[in-house]
Design a protein around this ligand. Structure first.
Ligand code: MG
Length: 344
């Protein structure tokens, strides 16, 4: 197998604000793995707060020697080698995992959701994310997608959270999921916000407080009228067990957890522990979003809109129709390149 990669910086349609920072671009690397005439595509998307960069991803991929493997179906062996090559580098690792799944789906000529035994009609709705901005811009972002989504996700964790929700409520009655991105300072603020948000038609809260405050989050979850999901508190499979009881659910992202194979293990582990599962994403192309969507019939809640937030998506992949994730019958992760990507 041959691994080829190329930096592909993503341009965001709007500046994207979350609690703590704002940006207009996302570093990204696209990869392809070639084997016996088949090509699998993968992607590493790196929002700066996770510590990876185009340089770190390219350095990691340079160390990977896939030529030692002749059988792309031996995912456990290949991905164990990739994971052990260096600590961290989760987005870089995810790019290889995604490309291998795309490759084996293409060799077998079946979509990946079939390989996982999933029913494509059971995909969930996805939220559409409204980043932090002025009230007017946030209202405009809601209006731009009117009629296309049945649920919104609003970023909070500011000192004007109630004002943001009130201004959005002036123009829409859609259910809202809220992501505080660790922005609420303490238990009393989180408790007060949670009960207030219930009155505003909020149906889910993601990462209310700092991941360091697990005991406080557990107390909040115990009394919250709205389900509380972990995002920053959970990265990989080994994180889940200690979160039981502290959160109602977890947000799995391929770029955090090293890809589809570990995500599938996480989905089943969370379910076994009685927790709900959400699949989320970074701002990324249709490549990684379509890969995550292959697993979406198995989950409770989806936030897979990252490809819709960028203006230079080089792929066509899964679609959102009437707010619902809609898989296609293409093999692998379901991609069709819209343009030639210049790989080194
Ligand atoms: Mg989040």
């Amino acid at each position: 197998m041959k691994l080829i990669f190329a930096p592909y910086p993503l341009h965001l349609k709007h500046k994207f604000g979350v609690s703590g920072h704002t940006r207009t671009a996302t570093p990204d690397v696209l990869i392809k793995i070639e084997h016996q005439g088949f090509v699998g595509y993968g992607e590493a998307s790196m929002p700066p707060y996770l510590g990876e960069s185009i340089e770190s991803v390219c350095n990691f991929l340079t160390k990977i020697n896939l030529k030692q493997f002749n059988d792309p179906f031996q995912l456990e062996d290949i991905l164990e080698y990739v994971d052990k090559t260096a600590n961290g580098n989760c987005a870089a690792k995810a790019s290889i995992d995604i490309a291998l799944h795309d490759l084996i789906g293409k060799i077998l000529n079946v979509p990946c959701y079939k390989l996982f035994g999933l029913n494509p009609t059971k995909t969930p709705l996805t939220t559409y994310t409204i980043g932090i901005d002025t009230n007017e811009m946030m209202q405009q972002k809601v209006k731009e997608v009117e009629g296309q989504f049945k649920i919104l996700k609003v970023k909070l964790g500011t000192d004007r959270d109630k004002e943001i929700i009130e201004s959005i409520r002036l123009i829409t009655n859609l259910p809202i999921a809220v992501d505080a991105n660790q922005g609420w300072k303490d238990l009393s603020e989180a408790m007060e916000m949670t009960h207030w948000l219930k009155e505003q038609g909020v149906v889910l809260i993601e990462q209310p407080m700092s991941k360091e405050r697990l005991d406080d989050i557990a107390k909040l979850t115990e009394q919250s009228p709205i389900p509380i999901y972990a995002d920053e508190s959970v990265q990989r499979l080994y994180d889940i067990a200690r979160l039981k009881g502290a959160f109602n659910g977890i947000n799995i992202k391929l770029m955090k957890c090293t890809g589809m194979r570990e995500a599938w293990k996480m989905i089943n582990t969370a379910k076994a522990l009685g927790m709900k599962v959400m699949l989320g994403c970074m701002t990324e192309t249709s490549c990684a979003v379509s890969a995550a969507a292959q697993l979406s019939p198995a989950i409770d809640f989806a936030d897979l809109d990252g490809n819709l937030l960028i203006s230079n998506d080089p792929f066509e992949g899964i679609k959102i129709i009437n707010g619902k994730i809609t898989l296609n019958a293409r093999p692998g992760i379901g991609l069709s390149p819209k343009q030639e990507i210049i790989f080194k």
